[in-house]
Design a protein around this ligand. Structure first.
Ligand code: S6P
Ligand code: ZN
Length: 190
């Protein structure tokens, strides 16, 4: 063995809040139709129902004036060339916003309005991201080894509209390209 300098990556442990009222686990089987390559999705699912992301929620009454908060953890991985991501949603009360603070990992927040304006913001530790009212949002983990960990807070009466994104998809997709993450138009988006 040649005695040369070397380096390696030691992934940091997860950031889990010390208080958790609800722990959500989203597996591959719950993401049907959300990843672009349906064939690879089915093949992966036949092998293992992988854990894609988790949410640690701190509960408050879901009424105007309160805030809901917690930590979202998107695990590294891909369905074909498409990075693991959250389902993504509009808030049911469309005119509500959200704050994300990135604690760990690398990725993007994919956002779009009902009118079709798109914004994709990179996330890295220390980044604070404001999702204004009316913007759908989805977190995408582009790290190969590390989780994408974000703290979030939003009005407790916001609610979630998952149906719109399930039916239409986001206008953009994020793939693992030759020179890093590539943002492309979603040919299926309607
Ligand atoms: C809720 C907030 C987050 C997400 C979480 C998982 O408004 O945006 O807590 O729920 O990142 O994403 P999703 O799209 O499955 O709810
Ligand atoms: Zn939200």
């Amino acid at each position: 063995m040649t005695d040369l300098p070397f380096s390696f990556t030691l992934p940091m442990p997860q950031v889990i809040p010390s208080r958790v009222d609800n722990h959500i686990e989203r597996r591959l089987s719950e993401m049907r139709g959300q990843f672009f390559d349906l064939e690879i999705y089915d093949k992966m699912l036949a092998t293992e129902d992988q854990l894609i992301y988790e949410v640690y929620e701190i509960k408050r009454p879901e009424v105007e004036g309160e805030l809901l908060m917690g930590v979202s953890v998107v695990h590294p991985g891909q369905v074909g060339k498409e990075f693991f991501m959250t389902k993504g949603h509009f808030h049911s009360v469309l005119a509500t916003s959200e704050i994300y603070y990135c604690l760990r990992g690398e990725g993007y927040m994919m956002m779009e309005t009902p009118e079709g304006i798109t914004s994709i913001e990179p996330l890295s530790p220390g980044k604070v991201l404001y999702v204004p009212p009316r913007w759908a949002h989805r977190s995408v983990c582009t790290s190969r080894l590390e989780d994408l960990v974000t703290f979030f807070a939003y009005p407790a009466n916001a609610g979630h509209d998952y149906g719109t994104i399930e039916q239409t998809g986001f206008r953009k997709l994020i793939f693992d390209g030759v020179n890093g993450p590539e943002i492309v138009d979603n040919p299926r988006c309607h």
